[in-house]
Design a protein around this ligand. Structure first.
Ligand code: GLN
Length: 247
């Protein structure tokens, strides 16, 4: 079996070790004997529609998002719309998440039009407003109520529209906007979240869930062999303790 991953803007959108998410996906697939191919797609490049099973995009500050937004619409829209339509996985963190929504209004009031793959809008109330920063715990119905741990740092406040569902409910931390306890957004197999950390190494259940969806979109039903996750789960538990003690 083969997994084809497209890493969008690996140098431009890469805050707080977002690249570690790629490593978690690659290693957890390879440990099961799955061949993995990773293609990086930078500014100016257009991924070939249909060529990948999983797309990943990390976070970035407003300046990086400004650079990515137009390129995303002009060069990558076709591949990502096609991906969403055929059930391939798209995972985006923080600044990348904001650009999968309808728009992101930056701290300076600039409106960056997103891809609209997720029914969300994001507005940064301005440079004087408190940023939403810290360790976060989320409970996710997509993982049978299991917890996700991570680190968030954003000024943008995201609101879900009627056709997006949250990735989870905030247990500790801020999530989408610090008010409604929603964290992230899901629509078909498109996932957006504010969780850096990086997200996937400390949340192996989510990594395997996304790997399964991505493989299934091309190979049909698949069941991943279980792995020894003692290290990952110890990191998860330590993050739970840190986030809880902050609260
Ligand atoms: N610039 C965005 C915000 O502050 C995203 C930040 C990030 O990706 N960490 O809301």
């Amino acid at each position: 079996m083969e997994l084809r991953i497209c890493h969008l803007y690996p140098d431009l959108l890469n805050l707080y070790g977002d690249r570690g998410n790629l490593m978690a996906l690659v290693h957890r697939a390879q440990w099961r004997g799955i061949d993995v191919r990773v293609e990086e797609s930078r500014l100016g490049a257009s991924p070939v529609p249909g060529a990948h099973d999983l797309y990943f995009m990390g976070g970035g500050e407003d300046r990086q998002q400004h650079l990515a937004a137009a390129d995303l619409r002009e060069r990558k829209r076709e591949a990502l719309l096609d991906a969403a339509g055929r059930g391939a996985v798209v995972l985006a963190v923080c600044g990348g998440y904001q650009l999968l929504g309808h728009y992101y209004r930056s701290a300076e009031g600039e409106e960056l039009i997103g891809l609209g793959l997720l029914d969300v809008t994001t507005e940064h109330p301005g440079p004087q407003t408190r940023r939403l920063i810290g360790n976060i715990i989320v409970r996710s119905p997509w993982l049978g109520g299991r917890t996700l741990v991570g680190f968030e740092n954003h000024g943008g406040r995201t609101r879900l529209g009627p056709s997006a569902r949250p990735l989870g409910t905030v247990v500790t931390g801020f999530g989408n906007n610090g008010a409604d306890r929603n964290e992230g957004a899901v629509s078909r197999n498109v996932y957006g979240t504010y969780l850096h950390g990086p997200l996937l190494p400390k949340n192996p259940a989510l990594t395997d869930y996304l790997l399964t969806l991505a493989l299934r979109s091309r190979h049909g039903p698949v069941a991943l062999a279980s792995l020894d996750d003692s290290l990952e789960l110890a990191a998860h538990s330590a993050a739970l303790v840190r986030a809880t003690s902050r609260a």
